[in-house]
Design a binder for this molecule. Sequence first.
Ligand SMILES: Nc1nc2c(ncn2[C@@H]2O[C@H](COP(=O)(O)OP(=O)(O)O)[C@@H](O)[C@H]2O)c(=O)[nH]1
Ligand SMILES: [Mg+2]
Length: 221
Amino acid sequence: MEIKLVKKVLAAHDALAGEIRAELSQKRIYCVNIMSSPGAGKTTLLERTLAGLAGELRAGVIEGDITTTNDADRIARYGTPVAQINTEPFGGDCHVGANFVKTALGELPLDSLDLLIIENVGNLVCPAEFDLGEDDKVVVFSITEGEDKPLKYPLMFRKSSACVVNKLDLAPHLDVDTQTIRANVENVNPKIRIFQLSAKTGEGLDPWLDWLRERVKAKRG
Ligand SMILES: Nc1nc2c(ncn2[C@@H]2O[C@H](COP(=O)(O)OP(=O)(O)O)[C@@H](O)[C@H]2O)c(=O)[nH]1
Ligand SMILES: [Mg+2]
């Protein structure tokens, strides 16, 4: 009985994700869902990305957090349309659900966007389980998290088209081997595209921006 109910809820969720995908496709908006542990650098990467693509691509952002509007406030400074989702009033979900995205879409000027970025709730497990109608999932992984985490939390890496290995500027101060991180990410997903960069300094950002430009262009047709 209980299992049937869970199946029904998940089917309803996936149907909603399908509606979102259809709506975004019809409007030719490329959508990327950015996921990571708390603090890996999603918002900092977004800030760099928005600055790097300013005047070139029209971006909108959906900010997912359990509570606070901190990240939406950071993004709004770039003049980017942003919709904040807080999950706390609805049980404090550890991920963004398709229902939240559907509501947030109503707050964004979709007819004037090329690119929609969803910053998911900080969590290395749950967000990977949900289809949001996005074109790509991307995992941000900070080199401070430990080389073995892609092996221990493989689902997010498996589901992602790209992995941004962040905080490269800290490498000289840490006992961490970035090649081992790379090998571990590729071990769980041999097809994943890996970008090594520092969202703080901007080092290594260009290949990531180029990848996004290509994806947006492909969606525009
Ligand atoms: N040294 C360093 N710190 C970073 C980098 N990217 C983000 N941070 C810092 O990490 C903390 C969390 O970043 P934030 O973007 O809020 O992470 P989020 O929780 O994933 O959105 C902040 O103090 C950032 O300044 C980076 O590339 N290098
Ligand atoms: Mg954030």
